[in-house]
Design a protein around this ligand. Structure first.
Ligand SMILES: C[S@@+](CC[C@H](N)C(=O)[O-])C[C@H]1O[C@@H](n2cnc3c(N)ncnc32)[C@H](O)[C@@H]1O
Length: 300
């Protein structure tokens, strides 16, 4: 791990984890890494074993030193794979989109999980590398955490999901809230989930859709979930182009672009798409589908 702004350390209750060794600015690239190997969605113990046989002895040893949440339940090769594999491609459980392949990353697999992450993982297809971006300013000594689960759930549901997929009880900053702070956080996340579904159904009422997007963005900001705001901005672009509101469509594309640069890097597919869209929003497939109307742009 040379030239990286973190070191691997023992973290009480979590095994190993990655700790910032200097302040890291929001939008900074923390790590870009090639996979040790990939597996398709249809992996099994046999396919993982086959992939391992083509690795050097040293890499095989590195693989078997990774965490295994499934000791005694699954054979080690597949147990380690499902504990550590990261999606390589678009992955959005809410939209039923699964990345076509997952990879093992010797450093990247050491990020622990937080439901209020300070790191976003993004598979860059052009580079054939997974990249990790700081989604907020991070102090030296802070743990670097990505998110393994669905953040638009209450603590109880998040813990259930993480327990069943990764076999740990999440003690992250969001899950450690108690009393009124926990109640408010649960309510905000459940509201974001409702808005996420309602926005999908608001296609024919764009003014309502944009209002819902703004509400969701306010809640996301309160929960410090910056990286999740891009898909809502993309919905707002769609609402604005559908009624030929070019000015506000561009304003939403600019916001999506700014957040995408911070969370997926300046060379991601999303950044290229948003840049092209800002140059000519008329190219959007929904342009002018509904009668002309004036909507509104982002609040900040
Ligand atoms: C991909 S590994 C992460 C690195 C791992 N801690 C290690 O020692 O290599 C996933 C495992 O890390 C642990 N882990 C990750 N996030 C955690 C959290 N928020 N709380 C407790 N354990 C966590 C769990 O044991 C989980 O199955």
């Amino acid at each position: 791990m040379n030239d990286t702004p973190f070191s691997m350390q023992d973290i009480p209750g979590k095994g190993k984890g990655l700790i910032a060794t200097r302040p890291i600015a929001q939008g900074e690239l923390i790590l870009a890494e090639k996979p040790l190997f990939f597996q398709s969605l249809r992996h099994s113990n046999a396919t993982v074993l086959a992939a391992l046989t083509s690795l050097s002895d040293a890499d095989q040893r590195r693989y078997f030193s990774l965490a295994n949440a499934w000791k005694g339940i699954h054979p080690p090769p597949i147990g380690i794979f499902i504990t550590n594999a990261l999606p390589c491609g678009e992955n959005d459980a809410g939209k039923g989109v699964n990345a076509p392949k997952a990879g093992i990353f010797l450093d990247g697999s050491r990020f622990n999980s937080s439901c209020q992450p300070n790191v976003n993982n993004y598979w860059n297809e052009d580079l054939q590398k997974i990249t990790f971006w700081a989604t907020s300013d991070i102090a030296s000594g802070e743990e670097l955490c990505m998110c393994y689960g669905d953040t638009f759930k209450t603590r109880e549901d998040r813990r259930r999901q993480l327990q069943s997929s990764f076999r740990f009880v999440c003690q992250c900053v969001a899950c450690s809230k108690e009393g009124e702070a926990l109640r408010a956080s649960d309510e905000r996340r459940a509201a974001i989930a409702r808005l996420y579904d309602e926005i999908e159904a608001s296609g024919n009422i764009p003014s309502l859709g944009v209002r819902e997007v703004k509400m969701a963005l306010r809640l996301l900001a309160e929960e410090n979930l910056l990286e999740r705001s891009v898909s809502f901005c993309i919905d707002a672009i769609q609402f604005c182009v559908s009624v030929s509101d070019i000015k506000n469509a561009k304003a939403w594309a600019k916001k999506a672009l700014e957040v995408s640069i911070l969370t997926t890097g300046p060379n991601s597919k999303e950044v290229k798409t948003m840049t092209a869209l800002m140059e000519d929003v008329r190219q959007h497939r929904s342009f002018g589908l509904l009668p002309r109307a004036k909507l509104s742009g982002p609040e900040t």
